[in-house]
Design a protein around this ligand. Structure first.
Ligand SMILES: Nc1ncnc2c1ncn2[C@@H]1O[C@H](COP(=O)(O)OP(=O)(O)OP(=O)(O)O)[C@@H](O)[C@H]1O
Ligand SMILES: O=C(CO)[C@H](O)[C@H](O)COP(=O)(O)O
Length: 295
């Protein structure tokens, strides 16, 4: 945690929708005039695609666990180093993982590789992490502790799989059976390193489909905003902020389903995110001494 150099993290599994949520955050940063250093979770993978394939073969032969969700497949210590360094000095090193041709053109590196490590841009107001491990803990490593605002993106698991299958087959060139194998292979690490993060977050956003996703492998279209609800759970509630916002009154069609839990129509998700997160981000900026009290 850092008053001077805050860290905001959006964390969620592969296909959960963290890249989609990132857009809402970018919009808020622009509106409040916050300069953000962007960091992508996949950049902390331990191996590039070719090496990962070889390592997976080896791990299988030796009966070892390995996946992109767990510590064997990622450099958690490097991520912690960046978060600590940013929290202290506002600097640190980042790189990117290139998933496809579109990213390859933009980042000037072939699909399946990493770009070189480079210093994050100077003079930023906050660090914004989006990816798999924004609040991961593993033994001595406690990433969640370094984060000032930790947001969980955690659709119901069926929906998460539908979204992953759709994205990986549509944009990343995988066959449906490949995606099924990947989901299966990562299940141990999913339970041990992805799910526990959603108890460390400040706020969880859980999209819930209201169409039949009971067999995710047979669902052809991702449920739309109108075909879903979103549950918002404030795990570390700030009564002064959330209460004053009176969210239920501001979001038509919403209802309270439990303590600190609000349900909204799917189409209001981005609006709700902006409403809730703008206040939190302004608060971080004010604490940083960047904005006057009446902003
Ligand atoms: N709220 C939403 N409504 C409709 N579709 C969504 C929503 N959120 C995500 N999706 C779709 O789900 C798929 C996965 O979303 P996205 O790429 O944002 O996931 P991700 O969490 O960033 O995954 P990864 O970490 O593997 O890159 C995309 O096809 C995206 O369009
Ligand atoms: O979505 C993922 C993690 O968020 C990917 O599975 C991971 O980044 C590896 O990508 P690829 O299979 O394209 O090499």
């Amino acid at each position: 945690m850092s008053r001077k150099h805050p860290i905001i993290a959006v964390t969620g599994s592969s296909g959960a929708g963290t890249s989609t949520v990132k857009k809402a955050l970018e919009h808020i940063f622009r509106r409040v005039g916050a300069r953000a250093a962007f960091v992508e979770g996949d950049s902390f993978h331990r191996f590039d695609r070719k090496k990962m394939k070889a390592e997976l073969k080896k791990a299988k032969a030796e009966g070892r666990n390995l996946s992109h969700f767990g510590p064997e497949g990622n450099l958690f210590e490097k991520q912690l180093e960046l978060f600590r360094s940013y929290g202290t000095n506002g600097n640190g090193m980042r790189r990117f993982y290139v998933h496809n041709e579109e990213e390859a053109n933009r980042l000037d590196s072939p699909p399946g590789t990493f770009t070189e490590w480079e210093p994050i841009p100077p003079d930023t107001d906050l660090l914004f992490y989006e990816g798999l491990h924004g609040g991961v803990t593993d033994g001595e490593i406690d990433i969640a502790r370094e984060v000032d605002l930790l947001i969980g993106v955690c659709p119901t698991i069926n929906l998460e799989w539908v979204q992953k299958i759709h994205r990986d087959t549509g944009e990343r060139g995988y066959r449906p059976e490949d995606v099924k194998d990947i989901i299966y292979r990562r299940m141990y690490d999913y339970m041990h390193y992805i799910l526990p993060q959603f108890s460390q977050t400040h706020i969880n956003f859980q999209r819930i489909p209201v169409t039949d996703t009971s067999n995710p492998f047979a669902v052809t279209n991702i449920p739309t905003a109108d075909q879903s609800l979103v549950m918002i759970h404030f795990l570390k509630p700030r009564p002064d902020v959330e209460y004053k916002l009176n969210l239920k009154g501001l979001i038509e069609g919403s209802f309270i389903s439990g303590f600190n839990t609000l349900v909204i129509p799917g189409g209001k998700m981005m609006y709700a995110m902006e409403l809730i997160l703008t206040t939190r981000i302004l608060e971080l900026m004010q604490r940083r001494g960047h904005l006057s009290e009446d902003n």
